[in-house]
Ligand binder design. Sequence first.
Ligand code: CMX
Length: 135
Amino acid sequence: MKLSHIEHIGIAVKNLKEAISYYEKILGLTCYAIEEVKDQKVKTAFFKVGQTKLELLESTSPDGPVAKFIEKRGEGIHHLAFAVEGIEDSLQEAEQKGIRLIDHKPRKGAEGLDIGFIHPKSTFGVLTEFCEDNN
Ligand code: CMX
């Protein structure tokens, strides 16, 4: 498995607009994209800090994963996403080593990346995402 860098950190928020304002007005970052990922029931806002991105996540539905996360655990860091080379093989390799996957095959996420999630119960409590830019 080859991880190159932290692609992004996902942060669950109740109100995207209010959170964007904090990152822009207080931290001086610029929101460069807002995108809805229907499949995941989220609206996302992206910022760059060096080569790492921050992805703010607001749920678009009360039964979405981010709404459930906030209800149970409150706002905060939701997942950690690594850039990998060969996402399909990396997911398979993790599974073969006994790790519980959420996605057995990559699917399309925000920014057109191929993504796959690993279950937090297998990763010491951190919802982990693999990403690969195959565009
Ligand atoms: N980080 C760490 N632990 C988490 C978690 C997270 N983000 N989300 C849920 N959990 C924990 C819960 O606290 C719970 O633990 P306990 O049993 O100890 O209380 C356990 O996982 C099960 O949680 P749940 O609320 O019952 O939720 P589900 O099992 O229905 O779903 C998960 C959990 C991770 C499988 C689901 O949220 C998922 O499939 N996530 C991947 C997709 C996703 O998060 N999409 C949104 C982001 C999309 C994007 O970035 O574009």
